[in-house]
Design a protein around this ligand. Structure first.
Ligand SMILES: [Zn+2]
Length: 110
């Protein structure tokens, strides 16, 4: 029973994180990046408290170092290198590289 309750709580936490990122995206589109950053901060706190992962696509949307919600062309720069997506946070200068092998595979399937 206890285990089940824990699982349910994690599920709720995951849903909240997803919602926060949806909300952050909406605010960013409205040009209210300050609010987006707040949502990222809350989402990260929930993720740490309940030990749930932030979804992969959401992970790419913020800077791990300073926690800024990243908007390409606004506060981050996105470049494609060999098999990698290079994201530079223009707020703190942090650079992250993501492989995009998965996307390539998906494209091949089509
Ligand atoms: Zn940063």
């Amino acid at each position: 029973m206890h285990k089940k309750a824990k699982k349910a709580r994690k599920k709720i936490a995951e849903e909240r994180i997803k919602k926060l990122f949806t909300e952050a995206e909406r605010r960013a589109k409205e040009g209210r990046l300050g609010l987006s950053n707040r949502y990222v901060e809350i989402a990260r706190k929930i993720s740490m408290k309940y030990l749930v992962r932030i979804p992969k696509d959401a992970k790419m949307r913020f800077c791990r170092k300073c926690g800024s919600y990243l908007v390409p062309g606004k506060n981050c720069r996105v470049r494609l290198q060999k098999h990698k997506v290079v994201v530079t946070c223009l707020n703190c200068g942090n650079v992250r590289r993501y492989p995009y092998i998965r996307e390539i595979k998906e494209r091949r399937k089509v």
